[in-house]
Design a protein around this ligand. Structure first.
Ligand SMILES: [Zn+2]
Ligand SMILES: [Zn+2]
Length: 133
């Protein structure tokens, strides 16, 4: 199954193919900053499942909490974070940028230790204080 998504201004469009490896609410501080909220909804894919179909993504790289490199990719015009790529070979697409997420509900919540005190953690999925193995 193929799904499409785009940034807020529409300059960048992409598609994803097939079932995600995992679907995750991440409450780490970097994800809070990136999403502007208490968590980030990430759809984890293999790199070959993700393709840009319109426009170009700008990127920057930082060292993630797990010690590996993380490269964020975002629209140069509106700044929407479309995806992140880890040095472990996983592409995390921002769930919010997908046109339709029916059938790809979050399966777990990670880094709940870093969640703000006011966050309402989900009750119907496994919660992990940090990154599960
Ligand atoms: Zn944009
Ligand atoms: Zn995170």
């Amino acid at each position: 199954m193929k799904r499409t998504g785009n940034c807020s201004c529409g300059n960048v469009a992409f598609s994803i193919e097939g079932d995600p490896i995992n679907t995750v609410f991440c409450y780490c501080k970097a994800c809070q900053v990136a999403s502007g909220s208490d968590k980030f909804y990430g759809v984890w894919l293999k790199p070959e499942q993700f393709s840009v179909i319109k426009g170009t993504l700008k990127s920057y790289t930082r060292i993630g909490d797990s010690g590996g490199e993380l490269t964020y990719k975002f629209c140069e015009n509106c700044g929407t974070k479309v995806c992140g790529e880890s040095s472990y070979g996983i592409v995390t697409v921002a769930g919010a940028t997908l046109d339709n997420t029916d059938g790809i509900e979050p399966q777990m919540a990670i880094f709940t230790k870093s969640a703000p005190k006011w966050a309402v953690l989900p009750k119907d999925m496994p919660l992990y204080e940090t990154m599960p193995d």
